[in-house]
Write a protein that binds this ligand. Structure first.
Ligand SMILES: O=P(O)(O)O[C@@H]1C[C@H](O)[C@@H](CO)O1
Ligand SMILES: O=c1cc[nH]c(=O)[nH]1
Length: 317
């Protein structure tokens, strides 16, 4: 039995940006509107359809997000999605850089690969939801990763993100100075996701390392350039494991730091496609990889169902 208190959504607050110069920047745009350039939307559009967004789900691949949007549409009850039976979600805005869907209170978009494209999406989606006046939406990244000492197919629900130096920090050069930001994730949201999963998808808690390179940054020996050896790679991976890192991907630091800075509840849930202590190339079948790729999304569907049921019960009480 779920403690409905842990899923409570009654005490909410609007998502907000933190930029005292926003009005000035807007007055400089040729039409006076705030353009969300990569989403293909602007403050001049009717953004009221985003006011009810309670969850923003993102992951690298557009195919994963498209498939997730369809699953959300068929899994959540129609009084939540607002979609007629059999309707398929269609992309919103420009699909040139990102593909974005909205199904009832669930907004979904792919972020592509790596920190820079994820940062752009986070800025523009946060501005979008702030302009729309959305209340306290949770941001969740659903991705793939390389495990460290973890059985492939396991979803790691991150406790904290660390950078490629195994430090709990997102480092961004701003105005010629290195700015370091805290990468702590929201404990309560992770606990709700794990509780809702109820053991259906194999999961572990652990730190997630985000690197700026899939090959050298993750200590792979199979890139086009490699200036270290097997012993150096294993020393790095074992050091990361000893520090509590259980998987490696390429976005968790910016995701954690950005959301933490704006007080947005966030979680990172990435399935491990291989155990990096055993190799660098994906040794598993295409079918297994496809099935594992969907696991974080399937886990989050359970969370959405429980969270929406609790919200409905609270409204009725
Ligand atoms: O969400 P995805 O599966 O894209 O996350 C990981 C990290 C990189 O974006 C990519 C590398 O293969 O997969
Ligand atoms: O090893 C892996 C697998 C997926 N994504 C990564 O970043 N690394």
């Amino acid at each position: 039995m779920l403690a409905s208190r842990s899923f409570s959504r009654l005490a909410t607050r609007s998502i907000s940006t933190r930029n005292p110069h926003a009005a000035l920047a807007r007055s400089e745009s040729h039409s006076g509107e705030d353009v969300l350039f990569h989403l293909g939307l602007s403050s001049a559009d009717d953004l009221s359809q985003f006011r009810d967004v309670k969850y923003f789900l993102t992951g690298g691949s557009r195919g994963r997000i498209r498939s997730l949007a369809n699953k959300v549409a068929t899994t959540l009850p129609s009084h939540v999605t607002g979609l007629p039976f059999g309707a398929s979600p269609t992309p919103i805005g420009s699909t040139d850089r990102y593909e974005m869907y909205k199904v009832g209170p669930v907004l979904m978009a792919n972020h592509n690969m790596g920190i820079p494209t994820t940062a752009i999406l986070l800025h523009e989606v946060t501005k979008l939801l702030s302009l729309a006046g959305a209340d306290d939406p949770a941001f969740i990244r659903l991705g793939t990763s390389g495990g460290i000492g973890v059985t492939p197919g396991t979803v790691v629900v991150s406790t904290q993100a660390v950078n490629g130096m195994i430090e709990p920090s997102y480092d961004l050069p701003i105005l010629g100075k290195m700015v370091k930001r805290d990468t702590t994730l929201h404990e309560g949201l992770a606990a709700e996701i794990i509780e809702a999963n109820g053991g259906a998808v194999p999961l572990e808690r652990g730190m997630t390392m985000a690197t700026d390179c899939f090959y050298e940054g993750q200590g792979r020996l199979d890139g086009a350039i490699c200036d270290y050896d097997e012993a150096g790679k294993m020393e790095f991976l074992n050091r990361a494991h000893a520090a509590g890192v259980r998987n490696i991907e390429m976005e968790a630091t910016v995701f954690a730091a950005f959301t933490k800075q704006l007080g947005i509840r966030s979680a990172v849930c990435c399935v491990t496609l291989l155990d990096r202590l055993k190799g660098d190339q994906h040794p598993h079948s295409h079918e297994e990889i496809v099935e594992w790729d969907e696991r974080p999304g399937d886990m989050i569907l359970q969370y959405l169902l429980k969270s929406e049921a609790a919200a409905g019960a609270e409204r009725a009480a």
